[in-house]
Write a new protein. Structure first.
Lengths: 424, 298, 337
């Protein structure tokens, strides 16, 4: 009897304390400091930028904005589109948002129109492709921040052992070399000459584009899915055959982990961003820096067009600190920090004034070269839903597992894309 | 759910309280029963055991080793990794704050409503009771969008009180039903006696009723706590800034942030899950009692 | 205090019969002078006590429900959402579009079938567990119920994560065991996560695993309420164990069955977290259930009007599924006793 009552009292006491704590903590978050000190909240993508760069940026910003606290929130990739849109739709959005540039059109209505400020943000020297990715209906709604073209990362030591002296430049050579690698290392049942996880849709786009296909085309304001065009199907078939012959990667996974396989030697090539190289070297300290190198993904004749993915930075339309946010964006995307980002992280800066950086940095040089031959996803307002509903990864899964024929899977995906892009 | 009057009520004569009403049967039957019980127990605890086991194993063994019932090598590394993942301390604090606040409010509001429903007859009482029933039949997941939009209109997004009220809503109907059944089963005379002895009506309520229904309160508290601690969908939609997340988002979040590290993932799940299980087991007898009282008897 | 305080509050206590309870509002009133002066206050009291919970319940159910219905008749998309205005009335357009969509029908049927399968498996297994528990000694019974509590208490987020790991096609324990036994191959291209059917089967296993404990313990509690005399009488009359089961146990448990079935139906119709975390409704949207479908239509697809229409269908389904039960309770007066 007594223990029972004591137990209850303990529960009640703890709970009461919690409620009081709740009241206190919410107090000091919302009203306590707001009068004297403003907080600028910035959403960023995880793992791309070195922390010291962020620190330097924040420090410089605070030198000129003494009463502003800069609060970074790193986001996870999973569900990022839904999460960002619900935040943009709220009355308490983050002030500055860094987001995958394929989402620009989807988010545009929730972002501040920066057209009037664009010249001050250096728009005239932005790379054309990146500027396009930040423009919706002629309005500049974001500032391009960085771009990273996908290239082939490979193990030079394994290439040498397989008797390959120079990286392939055409699809035929690529296939032949992959065959040599399989012959040399295929005794290991886990070995992939090209490690290609089944949901990796960025990696599939070059094959589609190189064959002359596309994701969707627009005419007269209406979008039509084009993954089922003969050209697209040909590109997808090429990829399917490569995967069937040379990849042991799981078909129900995406590419986030694939750099590990280069590190542990279960793969000789992956299609990825060059900035993964330090992570690979870190994962296997026995590798020499020269053991990993890059070459542009080959097409039928010459390099294939690649996907110019990257990040843009925008300001929430519902932000209460828009002018502060603009100051921050201006600094963040200024040549000084773009240069630091390029040098430290091996990602492409937004401005053509920095192309000379490639002279001393081979990783950047490959990236710059790839960017010249890059393409982008359809700039439709509803593109975000196509990604959110994983239409292309689903198609690839169906193709690679053989559950549907290439034509069949492509037709289904194309129809879904048509529906999504034209919905309003 | 105090919704049923078991037909056995009349027969469950006090004093006639032998546990198993059925004889335990013959030997082969009993062997079979024990075998089945063993399998039931094994299947019930295995996933949770496997979570803990994986959490204690080094990453290399997890990915490449042949799984054994007990890990060959044991490490605390995964827990360290998990705790350093994103905002663990903040999320833990938020979870405790939200869950415990929900518990307090559930107890308070639940008790008031239960007392009214058990001790008074008034117009609208039946309507309220039926309403409570119907409310529980509506899938709340269907209301995500309007709840989001309504909260947006009143600047309630990304606020702890909003989340607490939602969780209160989750646990209230069941709690009212359950507490009501406890109060109904306590004779009025006890309060009346107390009132004769000089207590006010409220005093009588508090002094006499409260201790007597404490098993019900504890069960309700645990129920509300677990509901709030575990909820994922609404915290996913309502809360936006990462320093306002609760642990379910933390657990679901590091699934894809930097590849899949199953060891850390399981360590994180264990940190999130084990307290609930321990808490639950600690009061399990009361829960069963409450369950029986709530579910079986009217 | 002594006598009262030590009385164990067991569910077996016989409640006071309703007839004896004084009717508070119509004059019966509690005895003693203390109460006399407070009649009007007393009359208002139950309402005062109910107000707080009523505010929460109506605020969170009533208003959003109305809003949901309105939304389902509107065109409310990405643009309307972000610029916070401009929703236009479109009548039944959302519903027409929905009913014309074959995906909607397959998701709806899938939701119903999956719910039925999960509920049936849960109740059958739980009954078995409850009957077995009855035949165990005290210690074993406690051990089994502790085991059940473990799976019951595990939050959905955790169980989805754990099952995801156990079923992983490369290192998961379940594919490894099944391979050893040469039963089903779940590795590589046969991964659970590449097949809609296997994903749904895994969700079923996971949900049953979590739902059996509540139902089993409730049924067990019900079994302990059945008087032993009944069984003895039946034995005297020459009834075997099966006969006793069908003519005593089952009829006695019927109300409890109704209760657990209705609760299971409603809980399983609501499935969201497990499906969402387990495989995001995939592969290829093949494990979409109505809740997930509505979420993807509104929050991901940004077609809030259509998402609302799907949600309405789900609510209607839930109400139909439970209407019979509620009506019976209300009719019998048990709910409001």
């Amino acid at each position: 009897m007594f223990t029972r009552r004591h137990g209850l009292r303990a529960v009640l006491a703890v709970a009461a304390v919690a409620v009081i704590a709740a009241a206190c903590s919410s107090n000091n978050g919302s009203t306590g400091n707001s009068a004297s000190k403003k907080t600028l909240t910035i959403w960023s993508m995880p793992g791309e930028l070195p922390p010291k760069m962020r620190a330097a940026l924040t420090e410089e910003f605070q030198n000129t904005h003494r009463n502003v606290k800069v609060n970074y929130e790193d986001q996870e990739w999973s569900g990022i589109q839904a999460k960002t849109i619900t935040a943009l739709g709220s009355n308490t959005p983050p002030d500055v948002i860094e987001f995958g540039n394929t989402y620009t059109a989807s988010f545009a209505d929730g972002l501040v129109d920066l057209s009037g400020k664009a010249s001050g943000l250096g728009k005239s020297s932005w790379f054309t492709g990146m500027a396009d990715s930040a423009t919706v209906d002629g309005k500049t709604v974001a500032v391009p921040y960085l771009s990273g073209a996908r290239v082939v990362l490979y193990r030079t030591d394994m290439f040498t052992q397989a008797g390959i002296s120079t990286p392939p430049t055409t699809l035929a050579e690529f296939t032949a070399d992959a065959g040599k690698l399989m012959a040399k290392f295929g005794a290991n049942p886990k070995f992939s000459a090209l490690y290609y996880p089944g949901q990796y849709w960025y990696g599939a786009l070059p094959f589609i584009w190189d064959a002359g296909g596309d994701i969707a085309t627009q005419s007269g304001g209406k979008w039509t899915g084009a993954l089922d065009s003969p050209q697209s199907i040909q590109g997808l078939t090429t990829l399917k055959n490569l995967v069937a012959s040379f990849s042991k990667a799981p078909k129900d996974k995406n590419e986030v982990n694939q750099f590990q396989t280069l590190a542990d030697g279960t793969a000789a090539m992956v299609i990825d961003q060059a900035f993964q190289i330090p992570a690979i070297l870190k994962a296997n300290p026995k590798l020499a820096p020269t053991d990993i190198a890059t070459f542009p993904l080959p097409g039928v004749s010459g390099p294939a067009p690649v996907f110019a993915g990257g990040s843009n930075v925008g300001i929430s339309a519902a932000s209460k600190n828009q002018s502060l946010a603009l100051d921050y964006v201006k600094l963040m995307t200024s040549p000084k920090y773009e240069k630091m980002m390029a040098n430290e992280a091996g990602l492409l800066p937004n401005t053509t004034t920095l192309t000379t950086l490639g002279d001393s940095n081979p990783t950047l040089a490959v990236n710059f070269a790839a960017l010249k031959n890059s393409k982008f996803v359809p700039s439709a307002a509803n593109w975000g839903s196509v990604e959110g509903k994983t239409i292309i990864p689903d198609m690839l899964e169906n193709i690679f597992t053989g559950k549907r024929s290439v034509a069949d899977a492509a037709k289904k995906a194309s129809e879904e894309i048509t529906t999504e892009l034209n919905a309003n | 759910m105090a919704t049923l009057t078991a037909p056995t009520r009349a027969r469950a004569v006090p004093g006639h309280r032998r546990r198993a009403a059925v004889s335990r049967g013959r030997l082969p039957g009993r062997v079979l029963a024990y075998a089945f019980a063993l399998v039931t127990f094994g299947l019930s605890v295995f996933p949770v055991y496997w979570m803990v086991r994986t959490a204690l194993e080094p990453t290399a063994d997890i990915n490449h080793g042949t799984p054994t019932l007990l890990p060959t090598n044991v490490t605390g590394r995964n827990f360290v990794n998990a705790v350093h993942q994103r905002n663990f301390p903040t999320d833990l604090r938020n979870s405790l704050l939200v869950s415990l606040s929900t518990v307090v409010l559930t107890l308070l509001l639940g008790f008031l409503a239960a007392a009214a429903l058990a001790r008074f007859r008034f117009r609208g009482r039946s309507l309220y009771l039926v309403g409570l029933l119907v409310v529980q039949m509506i899938p709340l997941e269907a209301l995500i969008v309007p709840v989001y939009l309504s909260l947006r209109d009143i600047n309630g997004l990304d606020q702890f009180p909003s989340l607490i009220v939602v969780y209160l809503f989750f646990s209230l109907p069941f709690s009212i039903w359950m507490l009501r059944s406890f109060i109904v089963s306590i004779p009025d005379e006890l309060e009346e006696q107390a009132m004769v002895d000089g207590c006010s009506r409220m005093g009588a309520f508090l002094r006499v009723l409260l201790p007597l229904i404490s098993p019900g309160l504890v069960a309700v508290a645990v129920y509300a706590f677990i509901q709030a601690w575990s909820e994922f969908v609404f915290v996913l939609v309502i809360m936006q800034h990462s320093d306002h997340y609760t642990l379910p988002r933390w657990v679901a979040g590091f699934q894809t942030s930097k590849g899949i590290d199953w060891g850390a993932q399981m360590a994180g799940s264990a940190l999130f899950t084990l307290p609930v299980i321990v808490f639950f087991l600690f009061v399990q007898r009361r829960i069963t009692t409450g369950l029986a009282a709530g579910a079986v008897k009217g | 205090m002594g006598a009262v305080g030590t009385t164990k509050l067991t569910p077996r206590r016989r409640p006071r019969s309703r007839a004896n309870r004084p009717d508070r509002t119509s004059g019966g009133g509690p005895p003693g002078p203390a109460a006399r002066g407070r009649r009007p206050a007393l009359r208002a009291m139950p309402y005062l006590l109910l107000v707080p919970s009523l505010v929460v319940l109506v605020g969170l159910m009533g208003y959003p429900l109305v809003r949901l219905v309105v939304l389902s008749f509107q065109h409310y998309g990405r643009r309307e959402f972000l610029i916070r205005q401009g929703a236009t009335w479109t009548g039944l357009a959302n519903y027409r579009m929905l009913f014309a969509d074959s995906q909607f029908w397959s998701v709806a049927v899938r939701t119903i079938v999956l719910t039925a399968v999960i509920v049936a498996l849960t109740v059958l297994l739980a009954l078995l567990v409850a009957l077995v528990m009855q035949r165990l000694d005290r210690v074993s019974r406690t051990v089994v119920s502790l085991g059940l509590m473990v799976s019951w208490a595990t939050p959905a987020v955790s169980s989805a994560t754990i099952f995801k790991w156990m079923l992983d096609s490369r290192s998961g324990i379940i594919p490894k065991i099944l391979n050893q036994l040469h039963l089903v191959d779940l590795t590589g291209d046969n991964s659970v996560f590449l097949s809609g059917f296997k994903t749904l089967a895994s969700v079923t296993a996971m949900v049953v695993w979590q739902s059996v404990p509540f139902v089993a313990l409730t049924l067990f509690a019900g079994l302990t309420q059945i008087s032993r005399d009944l069984y003895e009488a039946a034995r005297v009359d020459g009834a075997g164990p099966w006969r006793s089961f069908t003519s005593i146990t089952m009829p006695m448990l019927r109300p409890i069955f109704a209760l657990v079935i209705v609760l299971s139906v409603i809980w399983d119709l609501r499935l969201f977290t497990q499906v969402y975390i387990f495989n995001q409704g995939g592969p290829d949207q093949q494990s979409y259930l109505l809740g997930v479908y509505s979420y993807f239509a509104s929050i991901v697809g940004l077609r809030f009007g259509q998402g609302a229409a799907i949600a309405i269908v789900l609510i209607v389904m839930a109400l139909i599924g439970t209407a019979y039960y509620i009506r019976r309770l209300v009719r019998s007066g048990e709910a409001t006793a």
